[in-house]
Design a protein around this ligand. Structure first.
Ligand SMILES: [Zn+2]
Ligand SMILES: [Zn+2]
Length: 296
């Protein structure tokens, strides 16, 4: 299995267009590497590729990745479909870039499929797509020899959904376990995680590589970097550090390659020279640039 990290920033990207914080300023100056919004691509055979989420930067990401270029026929593409982890704007709006592509298959959990119903109807008018339940019993098999199961890891409802309080609780946020039957390689893809859980322990124990939610380094990061009291507890992302953080949990799985993605523009991990980066490296976890290719 090959995995390409198409984008590694949280919603807004890095730098974010309306943010003048020190980190975003450094990215604009070229002192820190810019990052597009979180998205990845995976293949079992090098010919059939599947997107993990569809970021608003998808057009740029596809153009930057030779394996995803169209051909050999004028309208042929190696892209077979998209696996959505949630319905957040930064993970689904890239679907509009794919409109008109024939025969794509889109996997999502039932609440995500339901809230996207108007968008699905609109997209299906350009070319009908197959919309499948990612949580169907037994998982599913992707062209190219990948076996996938989805696992609920969060309940956060996107902000654009009206009447949040009366919205049905459900598996709004999932992680994916992707296994290559030929190599035995297992990828765990979890760019949005509300809190650590036994589900994640089970997934990490079997994984060769974990792509994990690294949105925030510290629990008070939004409040200190942007505006007092902003806090990210309600934003549905567990921090890297702290008693409820992911770093201590990840340390229990030294057998897996552990990579943080979905980095918010406030996150000190964006700076390779930061003490935060040294600390994460000390635990064996990695921060990688856009475009990194992994083999499992
Ligand atoms: Zn996001
Ligand atoms: Zn910023």
């Amino acid at each position: 299995m090959k995995v390409v990290l198409l984008g590694t920033a949280a919603g807004g990207g890095f730098p974010q267009w309306n943010c003048a914080c020190a980190l975003c300023a450094a990215a604009r100056d070229g002192r820190l590497p810019s990052r597009t919004q979180e998205c990845a691509a995976v293949t079992g055979n090098g010919r059939d590729w599947w997107l993990l989420n569809a970021s608003p930067d998808l057009r740029i990401q596809l153009a930057a990745t030779r394996a995803l270029w169209p051909g050999p026929g004028p309208r042929d593409t190696p892209l077979r479909g998209v696996l959505l982890t949630d319905a957040e704007a930064d993970h689904v709006t890239g679907l509009t870039e794919l409109r008109g592509a024939a025969g794509l298959k889109i996997y999502a959990a039932p609440p995500v499929r339901a809230v996207l119903a108007p968008a699905r109807a609109a997209l299906d008018r350009y070319a009908p797509w197959e919309w499948a339940d990612s949580l169907a019993d037994g998982g599913f098999v992707l062209a190219g020899g990948l076996v996938v199961t989805a696992h609920p890891v969060g309940v956060k409802v996107p902000k654009y959904v009206p009447d949040q309080a009366s919205t049905e609780p459900g598996p709004w946020v999932t992680a994916y376990r992707v296994e290559d039957l030929a190599t035995g390689g297992v990828l765990v893809y979890a760019p949005c995680v509300g809190a650590w859980s036994p589900v994640l322990d089970g997934l990490c124990a079997e994984a060769g590589c974990v792509l994990l939610d690294g949105t925030f380094f510290a629990a008070d990061e939004m409040g200190t970097a942007v505006r007092p009291g902003a806090g990210q507890a309600a934003m549905g992302h567990l921090p890297v550090t702290g008693p409820q953080g992911s770093l201590a949990a990840l340390a229990r799985y030294p057998g897996a390659r552990r990579i943080y993605t979905h980095l918010n523009n406030t996150n000190p991990l964006l700076d390779p020279a930061s003490p935060a980066r040294a600390r994460v490296a000390g635990y064996g976890a990695e921060i990688l640039p856009d475009g990194t290719e992994l083999v499992l």
